[in-house]
Structures are given as C-alpha cells and as structure tokens.
Design a protein around this ligand. Structure first.
Ligand code: FUB
Ligand code: ZN
Length: 638
C-alpha cells in the first residue's frame, strides 16, 4: 500500500525565498515569543503543581469545562515546534527552556507514571473519569509528539523516557483485556502520536495501542462515554454536562470503518483520519483505507472552503451540513487546516495520488498559513473568508492551540516536499529545496530551484553518486492547465498519471529537469449548492487563493466591488506592500457601488450609482497584516 516515504524535514534544506522567510520568522520570533506567552499566561507555572493551586485563569463554562485542562498539550506542542527549530539550528537558550519544562514534568510525574498536570495539581482523585471532555489522552498525545521531536533533534532521551513511563501506565489501565477500561479520548490525537513513536522505537506495543483506540472508537452499546458517565455518577462525582447532544462531535457515533460522512469537531476529525490513514498503511487494512477514501470524498465534495478551511461553525468548532460554507462567520480553525495537511500527507503516501498533494498544497498556502502573521507573533484562530473590518490577529488566545500548530507546521514544512522509494523520488511541492536521498543503491543529491508560489518555473538538478536508472516523479498540480518538461534541454512529452509525471531514465550527475507550470490568474466558481457563493467568483493563481482587502482598495468596504466576467485579470509583482517582500497581486477592471450620498437613509427606491473602478487582490494568507480592513474572498460578479 505504501511505497514512497517522505524525506524527513531535517534532511531538506529550504533555500527558496518564500519558505526561507517564513521559517526564519518562526525560528527567530514565533517560537521564543510563544514561550514568553506560555509563561505570561501561567501555563508553564501550572506544571509546577503549585499548592494550593491558583484560581482558574479561565473559569469553567456553564457546562463545567475550562480550557486549562489541556494546557499540557500546549506545552507539548511548543516543545515539538521548538525541537523542529533545533533541528535547523541548535540553540542553547531554547534547549535550556525545554529542559526546564522537562524538569517540571519529571517532578510532576506520579510514582505509577501518570502525568497530567491538571489532574495531579487540582483533582487527583478524578483522573481517568472524564475522557469525553477532559483531554487526558489528547494531552498525552501532544506531549508525546514533543518528546519524539525533542529526542530526534537532540538525542536526549529523558523527556521520551518520562513519556514512555506514562504510556506504560496508560496501557496498564486501558485496553481490550478484561479488567481494563475500554475507552478512548473525546479528542483524538494520541493515536497519530503513538504511530510516530512506533516509527521511532519500532516497539509494537505502541502501534497495538493506537490500533486498539481506533478499533474501540464508536463501538456500542454500551458507548464508552455513557459507561464513563454512569461511573462518575455512581462515585458521586460532579459530571460535566456534555454540550453536544450526540457523539458525532467526537466521531464516536459509529465504529470508524463504518463512518461515511465527515462530522463534528473539525480538528478532532482530521487527527482521527490522519491516524486511520497511517494505520491503514501500517496494517495493510483495506477497510480502514476505504473509510478514509469515502471520508475524503465527502469533505472534498461538500465541506471544504476554497481556502482549504474546514468547519463553518463556531458552535461545535466544526462541520454542519453539506455545502454550508458561510464566509463571514466561517470558523475554519487554523488547527483544522494544519491537521488536513497531516491527513493529506498520509493519504498521499497510501497511493501517491496527486489529488492529495493538491489539497496539501492548498491548505498549506492558504487555510493554514493565514493563521500566522507577517511578524510571526500574531495569529488567526478562525479564518473567515469575509470581514467587515473587525477581525484582527490575536497576540495570543485563551485557547492557544492554533498558535503552536502553525509554528510546528512551518518549522517542519520541508518534510512535505519530497518522498523517496527504493526505485524513485517524488516531488510533491516546489519552492526551492535541496536534499539527498538513497535511491537505486546510490546517494542522489537533489536540488529544486524555483520562485514558487510566485512563479511555476521549476528547475531540478539530479546528481546521483553513480549513474543509475530510477523514477523521478513530479507532481503536476491540479491547478496547472498546461505544463512543459525538459530533461537536459530536451523536451519530453509525458502524460500525468494520478497527478504525477514519471521520468524514468539512467540519471547521471548534473542532470537537469526543467518543469514549467504556467501560473495564470483565474476565476473559480462554487457549486451553486453553496448558496453563499452564488453569483460570486474567487480568484486564484497557482496554489494561492486571493482576497480583496481594504488596505489595497481604499474608499469604502471591499464588499462594494463587482467583477465583470470579461475583465482581464492582471498579475503583477509588487514589493511596495510588505516592506520589500515581493508579492504577486491580481488587479482587474471592476465596478464599484458608490456608497456616498446616503446620509441617514437606510432604504430608498433609487438604486445606488455604480462606477468604474480597479480592484486589487492579495494572496489570502497575507490579509490582516496592515491594520484592520474589510476583506472578501468571494466577489460578486457584475
Ligand atoms: O480542544 C483542544 C483544541 O482546542 C481543539 O483542537 C481546538 O478546536 C480547540 O477547541
Ligand atoms: Zn486551534
């Protein structure tokens, strides 16, 4: 099932300007500033288990829940992002900060291995009583991902050892065996983390427990969360009210192999599907793979924003019904697009089908990257596709999950570009990287040079140590309506199969591939079942979705523009918008509704005047970096 494996990000050097700039910003600004925020908000202090515990910083909601139950996860995620940063360049200060956190976790760990600072510090007698709401495995999952990343970056095992002790405790409490709790977490995450640990240690017990959790989810009757609730009631423990009337919220309404609609909380769903796809590959489980494919089709056909944002509703932080994709109120949590990238990457490696690379790229450049500001210290949690100008980026969030999700993504982005198999290499993304892979019994140096995503001219140098025959597969993105290809100056005519062209030849040192993917500014229309987008058009160029922002279109809200269907879309490289950063904008002749002369009138029988205007569109991921302005992705057509 899985032939190609991704080349790990530490082995991929980012050399292109686009990702180099984002990575440098994350390393220099985002990661240190996130540590500062974790301290400022009392999150680091909470690991010290102060007694008596301080008052809650974020009081419980009416349903009894506080985000503080998953503070451990935020720390784990920061360690993961910081460790990815260390893989790029060692930094004694960051390492000391991580070690200080590990000291705290080590001191906090209970003699039996249990390690959850919320429960240990505040309600130790209630551990393992409410997995439905209180994220115990979710926390463990993020801590584990942090431990794996830290070990991989530094070779230091202490944090990993602590986590392995914790996992042994978990395995002694939960599992299929009689006498153990048969359960799983309301918020999936640990499953994919366990598979990472299995890849690192090759210890089968971690894969087995991930398999157990996936297989257990949604089994009923009885439903684990009902059993848990009855146990809480029997013990006289106050029970948090479950805010959701059904188990779709946590994708536990059915066994996972029977699930055919993407439902509930978007981040939970994406983490679950990531683990399902991982497991399908590990176990060669066709039923799990088919379930993933059915779920993939459902989300792609009916539930994904044009930006690869997921989850229209703030109410459940997730999915509602087919084609419900409101723009101004879109939740489209940054974490959900980041997690979609994880899922797409796992699906891609099941079959090497370019449709997954297309979505990976779309989510990366749009729904996920929009979560991080230019300066690297401000964030979007929700990523609406329209704004009246009230949306601003946050310096931090009461629930900071998205902040470290986007930093860990950018710090490890090199891992999404290239994959290798025994007899080939595959390029999924372009953007200027170099790496070296073992293929066909020789080491092959690869260098991809491009100004992607601004231009689709790609040059790839392939230099095996000794001449060898192998495949070089190149992703031809779904947005490319044409492409041309040359090897050592000679044109090749190849037809993409499943989104990839395969060049098979005997490669020798210094061979050069030239791939041209003409980037044309184009219009996209939504299926009319998406009522919010009827009569509207969005603009795209290459992998980037565009928006109109007030900063580039002064004179009133950008909602006043209409774009005639015949207007030419002109792409232009501008360096004046973001202090010298070259950005390709799209401009077009448009019609603007004159918003003057209404005074205090709310309604009138005279239609407003329309005037000729020029609109300027900016890549969506860049909006809200120059103060607060109105913004719109779907522009009415004239
Ligand atoms: O519950 C943990 C994280 O906080 C979720 O993944 C996000 O949606 C936010 O609710
Ligand atoms: Zn989030």
């Amino acid at each position: 099932m899985r032939k190609y494996a991704p080349v790990n990000f530490p082995d991929v050097r980012l050399e292109g300007d686009f990702w180099r700039e984002r990575l440098d910003t994350v390393l220099a600004r985002t990661i240190p500033s996130q540590h500062k925020k974790l301290a400022e908000y009392g999150i680091l202090q909470s690991l010290k288990l102060p007694q008596p515990p301080p008052p809650l910083r974020f009081p419980r909601h009416a349903n009894g829940f506080t985000v503080q139950v998953f503070w451990d996860s935020d720390v784990g995620k920061w360690i993961e992002a910081a460790s990815y940063a260390l893989a790029h360049r060692r930094d004694a200060d960051i390492e000391a900060r991580i070690e200080a956190i590990v000291d705290d976790f080590e001191k906090a760990q209970a003699p039996d291995g249990y390690l959850n600072c919320w429960y240990l510090g505040r309600e130790p007698e209630k551990r393992w009583t409410n997995l439905r709401d209180n994220h115990e495995f979710y926390n463990a999952g993020h801590m584990l991902e942090g431990a794996v990343a830290y070990f991989q970056a530094t070779g230091r095992r202490r944090w990993l050892d602590i986590m392995e002790r914790y996992l042994d405790h978990i395995y002694s409490v939960f599992g299929a065996e009689p006498g153990k709790k048969h359960g799983y977490d309301g918020h999936e995450e640990i499953e994919l983390a366990l598979i990472k640990l299995y890849h690192l240690t090759k210890d089968r017990k971690h894969l087995d427990f991930a398999t157990y959790l996936i297989n257990e989810r949604g089994k009923q009757p009885p439903h684990f969360f009902d059993v848990e609730r009855q146990e809480r009631e029997a013990r006289g423990i106050d029970t948090q009210r479950y805010v959701f009337p059904n188990y779709e919220y946590s994708q536990s309404h059915k066994p996972v192999r029977e699930q055919d609609k993407v439902v509930g909380h978007a981040v939970r769903a994406m983490y679950l599907y990531t683990a399902m796809a991982d497991l399908a590959a590990e176990l060669g489980d066709g039923a799990l793979k088919s379930a993933c494919e059915v779920l993939w089709k459902d989300v792609m056909d009916t539930k994904m924003y044009v930006t690869a944002g997921l989850g229209p509703s703030a109410h459940n932080e997730g999915f509602t019904w087919d084609y419900d994709l409101p723009n101004e109120t879109a939740y489209a949590e940054t974490c959900a697009s980041v997690a979609l990238i994880f899922w797409a990457q796992r699906m891609l490696h099941l079959d090497l089908d370019g449709k997954y690379a297309d979505v990976l790229e779309l989510a990366l450049f749009n729904g996920a990257l929009s979560g991080l500001s230019r300066d690297g210290t401000h964030y979007f949690y929700a990523n609406p596709l329209e704004s009246d100008g009230r949306d601003t980026r946050w310096e931090w969030h009461t629930c900071p999950c998205c902040t470290m999700n986007v930093s860990r993504l950018v710090a490890s982005v090199g891992g999404y570009f290239v994959s290798a198999a025994e007899d080939g290499v595959a390029f999924h993304l372009y953007g200027g990287i170099s790496t070296s892979v073992g293929v066909a019994g020789t080491e092959v140096a690869l260098r991809e040079i491009s100004n992607y995503p601004w231009s689709g001219d790609v040059r790839i140098e392939v230099s095996p140590e000794s001449p060898r025959a192998f495949d070089v597969k190149l992703h031809i993105p779904g947005w490319a309506s044409s492409f041309s290809l040359k090897v050592n100056g000679e044109a090749l005519t190849l037809t993409p199969v499943n989104g990839y062209v395969t060049i098979n030849r005997t490669w020798t040192r210094g061979d050069v591939i030239e791939l041209d993917l003409p980037m044309v500014a184009e219009r996209l229309y939504a299926n009319p079942a998406v009522k919010m987008d009827i009569g509207r058009v969005s603009l795209k160029r290459g992998p980037l979705v565009y928006c109109l922002e007030g900063a580039d279109n002064p004179g009133g809200p950008v909602q006043r523009f209409k774009l005639p269907r015949q207007s030419e879309l002109k792409a232009q490289t501008r360096s004046d918008l973001f202090s010298g950063l070259p950005v390709v904008t799209i401009s077009a002749d448009a019609v603007a509704i004159d918003n003057h002369g209404w005074n205090e009138t709310l309604y009138r029988t005279d239609p407003p005047r329309e005037e000729r205007a020029t609109l300027t569109a900016l890549p969506y991921y860049l909006w809200a970096n120059r103060g607060t302005h109105s913004m719109v992705v779907w522009v009415p057509e004239a």
